[in-house]
Design a protein around this ligand. Structure first.
Ligand SMILES: [Zn+2]
Ligand SMILES: [Zn+2]
Length: 346
């Protein structure tokens, strides 16, 4: 079968003809329909995020049809439409038992530690295949399993309740999903903090209050917009110490700041005035959980989470086209997502 693989860090991905994977009793074989190209894939290619075992077929945002089913797997049959939870986990270590499998002792990411979806077929543990309702396109089904799933996890970690206000720092792919999911969770006012005029305009189009960080301190702007109260929840998706600090400072009494964006910088806060005195919480967010995916899929099925056609771009399962998309991440500012259309009949 055809696959597009990372063979050497720092080099372009290469097309290869590889054997069809053999499945075990607890696995399924998926005929890939759509595979999302993620910013992390560019980090793997460039060596920013380390991969030890090469070559590997990238692609962790996967949707397709069940082709073969291992003997132990009962919830799907051949021909079912499915999307994939990308974290293969043991199910028996202390973290898996507690339901926080993103910390699994032997967890492996599909499309990083084992072959992923930049291929005609992919083998995944059966429990990682979730039925994809007909209302959800394969492209949406693929891309929502990464950034949208993480956005939902962040909102869950921040314990966003109906009627609460939220500030979203950064309006890329994650921010776009966060806005829709926050609304699906029946939040009140949404503030989107950005510096990019196109993204601020897009946030306004989605009926959020745009906060232009180039026009003054966003904390003061949020305070002004909330009559001095601040927001109940803030989600920091950018990965800079300065915006993390803003995400904490803009909170109301008992507010929760969920930090998602990565940075190597250290952040500083004044513990008494900014944390203790208001009993605010700073919460780290890593990945997402299998248990959260049925809710995510239901939000997408009911149209509460939606990827408008102009937010998607398609390429073929072709090394040249995929490499060009990965390259484009280096100076991309839009939130258009690129999806590999693997099967011609999608
Ligand atoms: Zn991803
Ligand atoms: Zn485990």
């Amino acid at each position: 079968m055809r696959a597009v693989r990372l063979t050497q860090v720092g080099k372009a991905l290469e097309e290869a003809e590889v054997d069809l994977p053999e499945i075990g009793g607890s696995d399924v074989l998926i005929r890939v329909a759509a595979s999302g190209i993620c910013h992390s894939d560019e980090h793997y290619r460039a060596g920013i995020s380390r991969i030890d075992r090469l070559p590997v077929t990238l692609g962790h945002e996967i949707a397709g049809w069940i082709e073969k089913v291992g003997g132990d797997i009962k919830h799907v049959t051949r021909g079912d439409r499915v999307c994939v939870h990308y974290l293969a986990h043991c199910g028996s270590c202390e973290f898996c038992i507690r339901g926080v499998e993103q910390f699994c002792r032997t967890g492996e990411m599909i499309g990083k530690h084992r072959d992923g979806g930049y291929a005609a077929f992919v083998k995944v543990p059966g429990k990682n295949a979730f039925v994809l309702p007909d209302e959800i396109s394969f492209a949406s089904g693929a891309i929502m399993m990464c950034s949208s799933a993480t956005a939902l996890h962040a909102l869950n970690k921040a314990r966003l309740k109906p009627g609460e206000s939220i500030a979203i720092f950064g309006f890329g792919g994650l921010g776009f999903s966060t806005l829709q999911l926050a609304r699906a969770l029946e939040c009140d006012q949404i503030y989107v903090v950005e510096i990019n005029p196109a993204k601020l305009a897009s946030a306004k189009l989605f009926e959020a209050v745009p906060i232009d960080a180039t026009k003054g301190n966003p904390v003061e702007q949020i305070a002004h917009a909330t009559n001095g109260k601040g927001v109940d929840v803030s989600l920091q998706l950018i990965g800079s110490a300065k915006t993390m600090r803003h995400a904490v400072q803009c909170l109301a009494v008992l507010g929760r700041a969920a930090l998602v964006g990565l940075t190597a910088e250290s952040m500083s806060i004044f513990p008494y005035t900014e944390l203790i005195n208001k009993e605010v919480e700073i919460i780290g967010v890593s990945d997402h959980l299998a248990a959260e995916l049925p809710t995510l899929i239901e939000f997408a099925r009911s149209g509460k989470l939606d990827f408008p056609p102009d937010a998607l771009r398609f390429v073929d399962l072709d090394a040249e086209q995929i490499n060009a998309s990965l390259h484009a991440f280096q100076n991309s500012i839009d939130h258009v997502r690129t999806v590999i259309r693997v099967a011609s009949d999608v």
